[in-house]
Design a protein around this ligand. Sequence first.
Ligand SMILES: [Zn+2]
Length: 290
Amino acid sequence: MKDLLNRFLFDKYPVRGEVVHLDDAWKAVLDKHDYPELVRNMLGEAMAATALLSATIKFLGSITLQIQGDGPVSMLVVQVTTDKKIRAMATYESSELQPGLKNLFGEARLMITIEMENAAERYQGIVELGDRNIAASLEEYFKSSEQLETRLWLTANGEVAAGFLLQQMPKESMPNASDGWNRFCVLAETLKDDELISLEAEELLHRLYHEDDIRLFTPDRIEFSCSCSSDRIEKTLKNMGYEEVKSILAEQGKVEVDCNFCNHHYEYDAIDVEKIFIDGLAVAPSNTRH
Ligand SMILES: [Zn+2]
């Protein structure tokens, strides 16, 4: 079973959890770019984390995890939609990298952006990355943004990106339940990276919590998919403005745009550019008429 996001509940405790394994979706990301190992593993952890986060939003839309800093890895972005399409990329200026978040990202912030489909407003939560791992930064994010105790375990290699999440549910949901939280976390600490990578959800939960009753829901399948399109690129060009785009055209003979997520190559010659801006002008009068 590949590329699955599993959700589960402890029957007698107000604690929920998730297990995710990304296989083909992760390899699709690695096929597009040859990342140094340290960047690759960080991107895999971020990808597993973002997949886990996607189960926490209840509306149609997307969730984006972004790390931006002044270190040699300047940006890392993972985006997943509620229909479980995921894409990810990182940009780095040097392949001479030292392990440790601070060495990779420098002074950096981790941002979570939640966007609803067809809604103008969006939610953004920001935490300092510091020298912790991505899991610890997200634990702080959950604490500050949702007041929910959350623990994450993340790992990735060249084949699989995997993650495990435990989260306390509001106590009111099970007022008489005893608090199993600490015990569940202590047991999860015994999970080794290679177990998280290789054990299927059911096996993994049995290995950790065979003494507890767990309800495991039907898993969601996650797949790599990029939402870039010529429409979106043309909108970006329009936003840059006619003069700016014309000057690129004059300099390079054409305007080339590569999608950093899927490597799709977009190319516009002088005629295409005129067409993009004429189309824009054709629409403009009806928008400004009063
Ligand atoms: Zn793309």
